[in-house]
Design a protein. Sequence first.
Length: 236
Amino acid sequence: MPDYPLMERQFSEMLGLQRRPVAVAFRSTPPTGVAKFVGTEPSGCSFWRIAARGRTFYTVPSDHYNCPIGSYTHNIALPPERAPELDQTLSLMSTIGYIKMEEVPGIPRLAEPPGVVVYAPLGDAPVDPGVVLFAGRPGRVMLLQEAALRAGVPAQAPLLGRPTCMALPAALAYGLVASTGCIGNRVYTDVGEDELYVTVPGKDLPRIAEEAWTIAAANHTLSEYHRGRRQGLASD
């Protein structure tokens, strides 16, 4: 496997991350030596918070049932007795003006239902991740997108919004994506109002890491260049 501990250290330093990037893998069976999640959480993105704080574990589909929207984006079918919860949640969101029902078919979903979902801090990833989640300040995590473009990694998808969890299947389908997040995600993960997400396909992370320091150095040089131009040319 790639040197994920080194990549986490490099990205954390370069991006000034306040929380650990989270590696997420969608698999048919649990990986050897990884503990199953025990307990309940109100949303699929709650597992991001737990992993960012240092835990490595896997979930099974039933661990996601409390979040009808997250189950939908993860292509996890709710059991018959809970299936109405998706329509109820969507109806609430539509009634209060949060979404329009015609938007729902366009929400990205995983192509296949996962048997298990593995979560870990990037540096502790027990298997190659399908996607890696970064949360940080826009002026820093923009370097990820610029490094992706330099590395030839697709990064053309539009800025995503709600639900935040659709960023995972979107990254698998389209390449690097940025997401403004949603209010539910911010409540469940403690991500601040001054942070946004960048989600990177795991297979592309090493290429992005190779270009990241070049982009960071270029941004530093351009910062000095633009400051000088502002000082010399601005009349206000």
